[in-house]
Design a protein around this ligand. Sequence first.
Ligand code: 5AD
Ligand code: SF4
Length: 471
Amino acid sequence: MSEGIDIRLEALTNPATARAPAPVLTASTAAEGISPRGTFFLETFGCQMNEHDSEKVAGVLLARGYQQVETPEAASLILYNTCSIREKAAQKVFSRLGVYRDLLGKEQRIGVLGCVAQQEGEAIFARAPWVSLVCGSASYRHLPQMLAQLEAGEQRVTGLDNDTDETFETEVTRRDNPWRAYITIIEGCDKACAYCVVPFTRGPERSRDSGRILAELRKLADAGFTEVQFLGQTVNSYLDPSPRKMRFSALLSAAAEVQGIRRVRFTTSHPRDFTSDIVEAIEAHPAICNHVHLPVQSGSTRVLRAMQRTYSRSEYLEKIAMIRGAKRPSAITTDIIVGFPGETAAEFDETLSLLDQVKYEGVFSFKYSPRPNTPAAAMPGAVPELEQSRRLALLQERQRAIQIDALRKLAGQMFEVHVDGKSKKENQWYGHSSCNRVVSFHSPATELLGQYVAVRVTGCTPNSLIGDHLQ
Ligand code: 5AD
Ligand code: SF4
């Protein structure tokens, strides 16, 4: 991970008690050999797309007769789903693989999945010959064949397709949360931002059929899920491949009308494709969450051009004005990169002034790090690490002040909170509002997990709201 501190509100969620227990075995039950195929341990790094890919990968393995265990030692197959978006990702994966080499028993196999697998490819076998499977995310649909190869004793199995127009569809997905489900609606990215490795690791943009997405959602609703999050690197660039040609905003609206679905989220939006019909859908459907994650990356038009972001500062600000001006305004969060090659002190100041102007509800900020194969990696004008750190600290300080100020003003307001968990403190619970604020609140109720409750705000911390359950 980058040294950027995550001050996006959702990052404050305490996952401790929110999760349904995954269907895992203990080391002892695994050793008793109750699974005919074997057991697997799956560890995931990175974004929500990766988390959800892992849920689908786990589904494929479970459907094949594998059982999931909670420690690598207990697994016959150890899988790492990796992320390479920022800083020394490959190095970290290799050092971790080194640790596991020493733990590996004779019968155990190890596989590397995700973005580092795609980026490093077969070079992984050369540096870590104890690895048996290297599979990028664009090849997950071939997992059953790859597992069959592994089971047949093949030592080096690869899935490194990157030029595909197919998406990863599975009948079975092992979902980690009993109320909130992810659905990937678009995979890959065609945007070619100069710093970003995603177009190389996740391949070209490909959208899923709207009919299949809605059918999956109806099934989830029937199974008791009440919140869905549509995922995509550029979720609002969704282009329905079916003859219905449903627009992204129409897909959101249709999802909001599925019986049993109380909340529809979507992330991440690209500013260029953020159109007024999305705002209108949010206005028209209370079930569509009023939170927009709209990465800006920089407040300087010159830097944005160098980043190939395809919009200027003022074009971005027009989108913000549209969202803020809605009858039902949304909370807006963003991603920012500091110290992009050539970024001057004055250009960085433009990013600070953008924070003042937009007053984001949350910011996710990073120091630029060069990624393999990307155009920015060859750009002159590297900003020294110390200066990057200075800019990052300044930015986070400025944003923290903006956030506290905004949160304080919310005292007395009511929020509907979807309850994620119970804190260790007695009668203390936490969850998210529709606008994705973390709210911790007091309630004497004995069971609230997964429920939607009304909370009146009484105070705040720098990153979250505090309140009381209104019964
Ligand atoms: N260096 C720093 N941050 C990056 N991001 C993507 N690539 C890089 C990079 N090379 C950040 C962007 C993006 C978020 C997911 O990660 O801000 O929106
Ligand atoms: Fe990367 Fe840009 Fe695509 Fe986002 S839009 S995944 S930052 S290339």
